[in-house]
Structure formats: C-alpha cells, structure tokens
Design a protein. Sequence first.
Length: 501
Amino acid sequence: MSMAITKETAVLVVGAGIMGAGIAQIAAQAGHTVFLFDTKDHAAAEAKAKLATTLEGLVSKGKLDASAAEQAIARIQPLSELAKASSAGLVVEAIIENLDVKRGLFRQLEILLGKEAILATNTSSISVTAIANGLQYPERLVGMHFFNPVPLMKLVEVVSGLQTQPAVAEAIFELSKAWGKVPVYARSTPGFIVNRIARPYYAENLALLHEQSVQPYVLDACLRAVGFRMGPCELMDLIGLDTNYSVTRSVYEANFFDKRYVPSAVQRDLVDGGLFGRKSGQGFYDYREAAVKPEIAHFTPATMPAANKVQVQGNCAVAQYLVDALTTAKVNFTHLPESAWTGLSLDEAELRLTDGRPASQLGKELAVFDLPVSKQQGQPLAFAVSNRASTELAEYAATWLRFLGFNPQLMADSPALIVARTLAMLINEAADAVQQGVCSAAGADAAMKLGVNYPAGPFEWLAGWDAGKIVQLLDHLDAFYRGERYRVSPWLRHKAWQEAA
Ligand code: NAD
C-alpha cells in the first residue's frame, strides 16, 4: 500500500489538550483538513477558539499572513463524535498518558478508519510496541513524539515499535519535514531518545546534592558555563519537580530498576513536600515575592601567585589552554607533554584536571579542577582539594585558577566534580542508546540540541574530548562508588580501544 501522506490527507487529532492543540495548529497551517476530537465536552471547540486567538496574535505581530491564518483556522473541524472522522488518513493521538486508554482508542479507530490510515501516538513514555498490541494491523502504528510547545520545538522523534512497518515510519518522517520539523528515527525503548539521554543531567547533579557536595546555584552556574541555557536545578524547577520525578521513575521502572536510572531521594523529598519548583513557588530556589536567588560571586582576575617552578603537564586541549594562558601572561614555565596527567605543578603543589579520582586519592598538596569546556574568560569552574592539603591550598589553587581566567568554585572532593561527571555520563548514556539501536549518533546529537536545547550533542562533546579519557573517568567513578551506575557503555569502550590503536 502507498504510505505517502499528502496535503489532501485529512488528519484526525485526538485529544485537544496542550499537545493536541499544537499538533492541530501545525497540521492545519501545513494545509491539512484537521478533525479535532476530545472526550471532554467543548474541549475541541475551545481549543480551536484559542488557536484562532494565537494565530491572530501572530498576524498582528506581522509573523503570519492574515489569509493564511484564516485558512488554517477554517481547516480545523472540532468533532463531537469520532465517527465523523472516518475519512481521515492519519490519526495523531495526544490523549491522557495511559496504556489501556490509548490501546482502547486505537482499537476503536481501527474499526472506524480505512485500512490504509496511519496511526500515530504522541506518547512520551509508553511503549509503542505495547500500544500496538491487540490491533488488527499493528504495523501501521508509530510514535510521533512532539515536544512542548509544538509550534516552536523543531524535534519530532519518529518511534518504531517491534511491529511498526518501516514505510509507516518513513511516511511520518517525511510528513514531519513537510510540517517544518526535524524528525529523528528512534526505536521504542524507555524514554526514547531525549528523555533517556537527558537523565544524567538531572541524576548526576541530584547525586552531588545528595552528598552535600555543592549548592544548587553553583551547579547551575558551572553547567551554564558549558552553554546549557539552564543549569539542572533551575531546569527541574521550571519543568516541575513532580513531572521530572515521574519521568525518571518511569524510565527507572521500565528498565527493570537498573541502578543507572535510580531516582533521587532529594527529588522525592521536594515532591513529597509539594515543592514542585516555579509552579508552586518553591523548589531548589524560592520564587516567592521578595526572595533573592543566590548567585556566585563575579569573576575577579588575579595576579600570578608565588611559585618558583611552574610546569604544565599533559598534551590535551586543556594542557594547551594552560600553555597558551601562561605564554600570554609571560610566565616562565616548562611543558611536559608526555606526563600521565594534565594540569600544573607549582613547587610542591599540584593542580590537576579531574580524571574521575578525588584529590584526596591522588595526593597531599593537591587540588583537582573540573573540565573547562568554553574558552570564555571568567567562566565558573569547580575545584576541590585533598583532605590532607595544607589550609592554604584552597586559596592558592583558587588564585591560580583566577590568574588563568576562571571563576573558581570550591566544592567537596567528589569524583569527577560537576561538568566532567555530567558530560561523561550524558555521553555514556548516548553511547548506550546507539549500542542498543535506539538511534544513530547523528540522531542523538540532533535530538538533544533540538528537543532540550543542548549547546552541543553528546557525540560532538565526545569528538572534542577523548573516548579513552572518558572511559577512564567513568571507571574511576565506578571504582569509587562501586555500583552499576557508572558502568561504561560497550560502545564507548570499543571506541576508546579503536582510538588507542
Ligand atoms: P493534556 O492533559 O493537556 O491533554 C489531554 C487531552 O486529552 C485532554 O483534553 C483530555 O480531555 C483528552 N482526553 C483524555 N482521554 C481522552 C480520550 N480517551 N479520547 C479523547 N480525548 C481524551 O495532555 P498533554 O500534555 O497534551 O499530553 C497528551 C499526550 O502527549 C500524552 O500522551 C503526553 O504524554 C504526551 N506528551 C506531552 C508533552 C508535554 O510536554 N505536555 C510532551 C510530549 C508528549
């Protein structure tokens, strides 16, 4: 059968809530007749009226042609009963997130619609394979996972279940492009691409908070320095702690309680206490009137601290940054590119780039600093000192970091600090997703940049780092915590061997 979906194909959108209304809007703007149905009385008509206001707003801002808006609105037909949609060639379902209800709906739709109709679900967490179970033609059901707000977010995950016919996924892929979206293929597995790969962004930082290693505003500042629009804590506050917790739990449960995805007691406590973030007025931060959001101190440059002998160790990009900074500052130093570690030797003290081992494990007069990702002057950068260091070392290390152009943030001596730990785990999760056939590396990068606005994709970070060093860092985390959480993805380990050869 021919699978192409054209402008002439009528689209049935079931569920006229946040997502359904957005999907109806873009389908109508793309030229389709759109039937909109919701079990709640008047919901479809109200959604249409609201869309009309939205589109008129765009017209008055000069962002949309008046006749285009009028035509799009005219194409949306709210229905009082599903039976009136029998001519639809495509259904996009955006109803309540419940397996039995979704299954029931699709079974009903199968009877109503032609055999050729494609059935798409916008589920964000339910298995597409499971929704298709019991259908007469399960091969025509596919996931079409949009992101909120639908008209603005470019990403669509095109999710195939075990029985989804490739031509059906391809038709939805092409349609998404025609609707101005960037589709990415995904295999139906817990969290699909984005909601899975993003887990460590929350989990690793919640783990640091659980250990009392650092304050939320410091975590947030350090990750914003990487280019994330929001740090993990402010992002969880925005998403809603309850919503984020429920996605985490669903991925954890769907993975047979794999320790990798274990939810955090820190988050559970906030949820139990009704501290949902912005929407409730309090979460990691206080949003009530007169509350002041804590911020890290501004960057202040420093002059060179005393040191008779300055050596740069290592030859990676960070070592090169140190070489360049010292050269620019006209410091007398030697460079030992063959060194097994990266950082600075400063008389009796060492300032090392984290390799995943805490400073206390590595030496006495020793500090470790986090992975600097940007080259921006004054970027916040976490560091930690050995539990046997002299009382002066923290200040000495901080002054060196300021002299080198960083805004140092002292934290507890946690393995892999903040940025290195978070990025390594994001890369590891993405590597596992590719290993398990969930998506391609390019698909993962596109999905994370478009679905959650990451400044780069995990495989782009990998390309700018070093697979061997990431594996080593994760192995050190694994050795420190001794659990399943930091196990290295087979894909990443193989990549490291390949690069070392
Ligand atoms: P919503 O609560 O805003 O809207 C759901 C609508 O479906 C409601 O109007 C409800 O009356 C209607 N409904 C419920 N059962 C129905 C049925 N059997 N038949 C017809 N209508 C029914 O929810 P939403 O946020 O738009 O989410 C809808 C779906 O999209 C869910 O599967 C959700 O997981 C998924 N999703 C949500 C987001 C998001 O950020 N909100 C993002 C991606 C995917």
